[in-house]
Design a protein around this ligand. Structure first.
Ligand SMILES: NC(=O)c1ccc[n+]([C@@H]2O[C@H](COP(=O)([O-])OP(=O)(O)OC[C@H]3O[C@@H](n4cnc5c(N)ncnc54)[C@H](OP(=O)(O)O)[C@@H]3O)[C@@H](O)[C@H]2O)c1
Length: 242
């Protein structure tokens, strides 16, 4: 019997934070991981070494970049099993202080980027009966008013509707689509809000999350262990927003 082919993943937002933690976790599990990043910097050379050169520059808000990225990846690997889309800019503040361009940026970054990604990768994901993991935020499925970050949560809520709709549409092709909903997960580049002690006090488990705790769930959603899970939103928030 021939061994199973090595699985291939693409992780966007993969050069830092939660995306990088997911990329490392999947790589530990034997997946060939490709990273996509936006901003060049000294850290990219180290990532090139760590991920065997499978590192691509792309602005995922641009359809042309998606065509190039998908083309490069598939020319190299011939398959794609997992798409982990960890891009998603955050903006704090009441709606009265949010400008039109800011709202448009949040939707372009959180929603349009995912739409373009799934559109570009759909044939490959169908061919492999693969998985998609999208990033929401804690409480995204409750559609509550948000005093602190309504524009951001509105974009994540729109993404959730797409995620569930993709889950429904793609099920017959064997593609599973799920969303993780992190709470406060500080890391070197995360928003200062993740370090706010007043917010920490509202977390039932009494502490913020760690990037590896998000990565563990993403790896599970990308594995056969979750083979009957699609259209789900998995909170990773220590009970925050229950
Ligand atoms: N950390 C948390 O506490 C938390 C909580 C709830 C939800 N989330 C969600 O989880 C996901 C990951 O969070 P994070 O904290 O790791 O985010 P992060 O530190 O802001 O990292 C996001 C990455 O995405 C990249 N990116 C942004 N826009 C891009 C674009 N147009 N094209 C290509 N790459 C782009 C950024 O690249 P640049 O270096 O170029 O900016 C950055 O490397 C996001 O969707 C976020 O909304 C995070």
């Amino acid at each position: 019997m021939s061994p199973d082919p090595q699985r291939v993943a693409l992780v966007t937002g993969g050069a830092r934070g939660l995306g990088l933690a997911c990329a490392r976790k999947l790589a530990q599990e034997g997946v060939r991981v490709h990273l996509a990043y936006r901003s060049a910097g000294a850290h990219i050379a180290a990532l090139e070494r760590e991920f065997g050169g499978r590192v691509h520059q792309a602005d995922v808000e641009r359809e042309g970049d998606w065509a190039r990225l998908a083309g490069e990846l598939l020319a190299h690997e011939g398959r794609l099993d997992h798409f982990v889309h960890a891009v998603g800019e955050y903006e704090h503040g009441p709606l009265a202080e949010v400008s039109g361009p800011t709202l448009q940026r949040l939707f372009a970054n959180n929603v349009v980027s995912a739409f373009l990604g799934v559109s570009a990768l759909r044939p490959a994901l169908r061919a492999s009966r693969g998985t998609v993991v999208l990033f929401g935020c804690a409480g995204v499925d409750s559609a509550r008013a948000r005093r602190d970050a309504a524009a951001y949560v509105a974009a994540k809520t729109a993404l959730l509707v797409l995620a569930r709709s993709w889950a429904q549409e793609e099920a017959e092709h064997g593609v599973r689509v799920n969303m993780v909903a992190p709470g406060l997960v500080p890391h070197e580049h995360a928003s200062e809000d993740t370090l706010d002690p007043a917010l920490w006090q509202r977390i039932p488990l009494g502490r913020p999350g760690e990037p590896h705790e998000v990565a563990d769930v993403v790896a599970w959603l990308s594995s056969q262990a979750s083979s009957y899970v699609t259209g789900a939103v998995v909170p990773i928030a220590g009970g925050w927003m229950l």
